[in-house]
Design a protein around this ligand. Sequence first.
Ligand code: DX5
Ligand code: ZN
Length: 220
Amino acid sequence: TLDKFISPSIMVPKIYEYAEYIKLFDRYNLSVIHFDVMDGHFVPNIMLGSSVFDDLKVMTNIPLDIHLMVTQPENYIPIFNVTKGDWISFHPETTNHPYRLLQTIKELGCRAGLVISPGTPISYVEESIDQLDYITLMTVNPGFAGQTLVPNTFNKIRRIRKLLDSYETEIDLVVDGNTTPENSINMAKSGANGFVVGSASNILKSPSTFGKFYEEYMAN
Ligand code: DX5
Ligand code: ZN
């Protein structure tokens, strides 16, 4: 069975808190940090860029998961100085050739993922199944932290998990959006094993309570 993990969403802490949080991520041996990239076009918001990415790379060796919320993601990947072991995911409807782009990501030595928005059909997953290392299911509409779950979230997790099980793959199923401790329990029951934790999670409430809430979250 797949390991449970969290991926803290680095768009949520304040810049001046980064150093303190990164130390905690290292101390707790987190396997990945979620890095949102928005172009103001695919989603109505703009953040984070390559200079923040470079700064994080100086601070930690934990892999970054670049979540590309942009049109034509193939044009954005060369902007980031990724290293082997980083994760890159994009929304399949934003590119003409999602399959080829997954191949490109893997050629960089990165883990490749598709992100499925609430209105996006899960059939994209099946068409690319042999190239996928993970799937991120958006459990809110992409673009902003602090939203509530879209209806039908748990059903969509179950449908994707069932599809993955039918292929007997080891593809991680990550959920992104409103992953409160309570929601995460039901998300896990529905088949998610990775949790992007943002403003909805106690884990990023403050550096001083990080450890306590992280341990509680993982124990659930
Ligand atoms: C939203 C981003 C998320 C965001 C989730 O488009 O993809 O990563 O940080 O944050 P919360 O937990 O506030 O929903
Ligand atoms: Zn995200």
